[in-house]
Design a protein around this ligand. Structure first.
Ligand code: UD1
Ligand code: UDP
Length: 377
């Protein structure tokens, strides 16, 4: 039997971080299967720096990113480019993660070429097709044509079962993002933010449905919190999207205790999260990582496909209304008891072995035995 080849497709920062541990794991078994890491290049600097944090670089890069790119442009460029790479490499299986346009395109290309598609972080759902936009559509569409579903949690697996997916195609693995965060130790070098004597409030926001007025409200709430708490330093790693930066810089740019910074590498961002007292974020990945360290997160969104952190009490969905964000954060910064109740280190999203489970199931589906890891529950 010729050696199978698995095409692993990434396009954006979170995919890079969550697929990197799987690629590393598959490469430990390179005597059994080959792995080609493909980037659509939907993101540029943010993708490169995220892969580099794991000592990886794409084997193929479609370099499709353009400033101000529309969803249709990303879709069209990725679908044509990826088809060429599938033709060139003739993979036995294709794997992608999550809910970006790159993920959707990887699934669709596999379907057109009748190649099994493995979906990492499958089964996350809200009950609204356009929130988050366009991610809810992307992951549902990818799920329609997936051969192997790798939901991170029982809740995600249940969503897939309710949709009538074949139970034999569903494997609960934990989230590979937890593999990544647990493997990222605290850096040896002291970082600038560790020298700040007071508390750190960390803010990240980039979601498409928050562009414009919701993001202005988020920024204004953060500004009011800075004025209220003189010991607080606000750190804002800014997503590279110029639309997002314009709003953040306009409202927060002049405050002496606001640090609007370039997105740190993953190896720097993880210690920054750990050093923070409170995180305000609309990021999916940050919502999953912070509970592992017991850092409370206020989720700046109207819906979440990650209820586990809220159920565990370490995350809270607060939406994007300025007053609501200010009030919720104020309680946590002013009231020690309320803070303690939220600051529990729980890891509802995984135990650090998701990639090994995926490697085992994926290789087995291709007729190859490798060391088994019991599924996560
Ligand atoms: C994308 C994903 C979103 C994911 C997010 C993670 C889609 C539709 N959206 O959203 O699900 O949560 O990535 O961050 O798939 N840019 C750069 N350099 C970079 C990256 C982005 O300059 O390295 C700028 C470019 O101007 C680009 C813009 O950001 O046009 C938007 O990038 P895009 O991938 O279209 O959307 P995101 O909002 O990043
Ligand atoms: N992250 C990072 N540097 C930053 C901000 C985030 O390395 O400046 C990491 C973060 O730890 C998480 C991932 O990027 O693993 C989340 O990416 P993002 O918020 O862009 O996307 P989402 O998870 O919302 O799709």
């Amino acid at each position: 039997m010729p050696k199978p080849l698995i095409l692993c497709v990434v396009g954006t920062r979170p995919e890079a971080i969550k697929v990197a541990p799987v690629v590393q794991e598959l490469r430990r078994f390179s005597h059994l299967a080959d792995t080609v890491l493909v980037s659509t290049g939907q993101h540029r600097e943010m993708l490169t720096q995220s892969l580099a944090a794991f000592g990886l670089a794409p084997d193929e890069d479609l370099e499709i990113m353009q400033h101000g790119q529309t969803l249709a442009q990303v879709t069209a460029r990725a679908i044509a480019g990826l088809d060429g790479l599938i033709e060139k490499h003739g993979p036995t299986a294709v794997m992608a993660q999550g809910d970006t346009t790159t993920t959707f395109i990887a699934a669709l290309n596999s379907f057109y070429r009748r190649i099994p598609f493995a979906h990492v972080e499958a089964g996350l759902r809200t009950d609204t097709i356009d929130n988050p936009f366009p991610e809810e559509f992307n992951r549902r569409a990818a799920g329609l044509i997936t051969s192997l579903h790798f939901p991170p949690t029982e809740w995600a697996a249940k969503n897939l079962r309710h949709e009538g997916k074949n139970p034999d195609s569903i494997y609960i693995t934990g989230n590979t993002g937890i593999d990544a965060v647990l493997a990222t130790g605290s850096a040896a070098q002291t970082k600038w933010f560790e020298e700040w004597p007071g508390r750190i409030l960390l803010l990240t926001t980039h979601r498409r449905e928050n562009w414009g007025e919701p993001q202005r409200q988020i920024a204004r709430a953060a500004l009011r919190l800075l004025d209220e708490f003189p010991d607080v330093l606000l750190v804002v790693p800014m997503h590279k999207n110029p639309q997002v930066r314009e709003v953040l810089e306009g409202i927060l740019g002049n405050h002496e205790r606001a640090r609007l910074i370039e997105p740190p590498d993953y190896g720097d961002f993880v210690p920054l999260m750990r050093r923070s007292t409170l995180i305000l974020s609309d990021s999916g990945g940050v919502q999953e990582e912070a509970p592992a360290f017991g850092i409370p997160v206020l989720v700046l969104r109207e819906t979440t496909e990650r209820p586990e952190g809220c159920d565990a009490g370490t995350a809270k969905l607060v939406g994007t209304d300025e007053n609501r964000i200010y009030t919720e954060a104020h309680v946590l910064l002013a009231n020690e008891h309320a803070y303690r109740l939220m600051a529990n280190a729980v890891s509802p999203y995984g135990d650090g072995k998701a990639s090994a489970r995926i490697r085992y199931v994926l290789l087995k589906s291709l007729g190859i035995e490798s060391p088994e890891v019991p599924m996560w529950s």
